[in-house]
Design a protein around this ligand. Structure first.
Ligand code: GDP
Length: 368
């Protein structure tokens, strides 16, 4: 097949994979001006759609942004912050200012102090080497704080382009679509236009005569649980509404199972303590004695300990444990990437945290 580039975003057209960048159905190739499905949706339905990019292409894309002049908006998923930060962004944004938008704030318990979350997010950004101009917390599905954020972005961009970047699934498309709908009310016309010199699928949404909001493809984060689950199970583990924290008083030699997808053993703790679990309300959390845990898992995976259900069990790898010695003056979170987290009270505690091989488990200062 001869090489064809999208007339909208410049990306190389392919016809084999719908979720990947540059997809167009074979019938589209018969037209004179071929555009990819993503540009087609924007042009005809005023709606952006995320597409996946490989890591190399993603890094090249960030390089391109570094060479341009604009405001970089990095969207992260508040329910999976460490899994959704864009690694290497600090080195690649050049002199451009960066703001972080923490999306899905509707999932955090309502009692939470959002200013603390903001400051926490600033500290995390610093750990990633990222100097951020500001942090905003929004729900792009519910519209929470979106108007204020749009207003602030408008002010911060100082007439320049806005580059919106993020991993897949953080809600980047929902965020942009909200902004598009908002501007349609103001009767602006949305078009796509070829972004000269790039072949990496930047989608250009005009903000005014001189500048644009640029939607960039997202990168897949392989460490997230999402890549290991069936569609059905993914639905169960992805919280849809405010997560209700569940507290378990635990002592040495007790174990918690989060369905059959994650497990936490309390190896050592100075006294009985409350461990707070933040997971989708649809995940069953089951407490048992550590010496019974292996047997329980072998006998009840997919029933008492579910999800996973059948389809996932066939493909998912075994749980792998990692021991953490926490000796801290602050509360810490044990995070199961893309699934949720458990807050461990301060003091000396040793735990072994299990997740399917490949899924990242990490310790961070408590978000709440
Ligand atoms: P993208 O891949 O980054 O473009 O993400 P999408 O916009 O496609 O959203 C990914 C998933 O997150 C979808 O199931 C959305 O419904 C959901 N989502 C997006 N924004 C929010 C939000 O503010 N709150 C909640 N609870 N879910 C959201």
């Amino acid at each position: 097949m001869e090489q064809i580039n999208c007339q909208g975003c410049g990306v190389l057209i392919q016809t084999h994979s719908e979720s990947e960048i540059g997809y167009a159905p074979p019938s589209a190739l018969e037209r004179e001006d071929v555009i990819c499905k993503r540009c087609f949706r924007l042009k005809n339905y005023n709606e952006v759609q995320d597409v996946d990019l490989t890591e190399d292409d993603f890094l090249s894309m960030l390089h391109e942004i570094g060479d341009k002049d604009g405001l970089v908006v990095n969207i992260v998923d508040l329910f999976d912050v460490h899994g959704s930060f864009v690694r290497g962004l600090n080195r690649l944004v050049g002199n451009n200012e960066v703001v972080i938008v923490g999306n899905k704030v509707d999932l955090l318990p309502q009692s939470i102090n959002l200013n603390k979350v903001k400051n926490w997010l600033k500290r995390v950004a610093k750990e990633f080497g990222l100097k951020v101009k500001d942090v905003y917390l929004v729900s792009s599905v519910k519209g929470t704080n979106m108007e204020e954020t749009a207003f602030e972005l408008e002010r911060l961009r100082k007439g320049k382009d806005v580059f919106v970047v993020g991993c897949t699934n953080v809600g980047k498309s929902t965020f942009i679509n909200f902004l598009i709908n908002r501007s349609i009310e103001q009767e602006q016309v949305i078009t796509t236009s070829y972004f000269p010199g790039t072949t990496l699928g930047f989608i250009d949404i005009p903000l005014d005569d001189e500048s644009s909001m640029i939607d960039t493809p997202g990168i897949i984060n392989d460490h997230q649980m999402a890549h290991y689950l069936s569609k059905k199970d993914l639905k169960t583990v992805t919280p849809k509404k405010e997560v209700k924290p569940k507290v378990f008083q635990l002592e040495k030699d007790q174990t918690l199972f989060m369905g059959g997808l994650a497990r936490l053993d309390i190896d050592k703790v100075d006294y009985q303590k409350g461990f707070i679990c933040y997971f989708s309300n649809d995940i069953n959390i089951h407490r048992t004695k550590t010496d019974k845990a292996d047997l329980l898992y072998d006998q009840h995976l997919g029933e008492l300990l579910s999800p996973p259900t059948d389809e996932t069990i066939e493909t998912i790898s075994e749980l792998e444990g990692q021991t953490f010695q926490l000796d801290s003056h602050q509360k810490q979170d044990i995070v199961f990437s893309g699934l949720g987290w458990i807050t461990v009270p301060k003091g000396q505690t040793t735990v072994t945290a299990y997740a399917p091989k490949g899924v990242r488990v990490l310790v961070r200062d408590a978000i709440i």
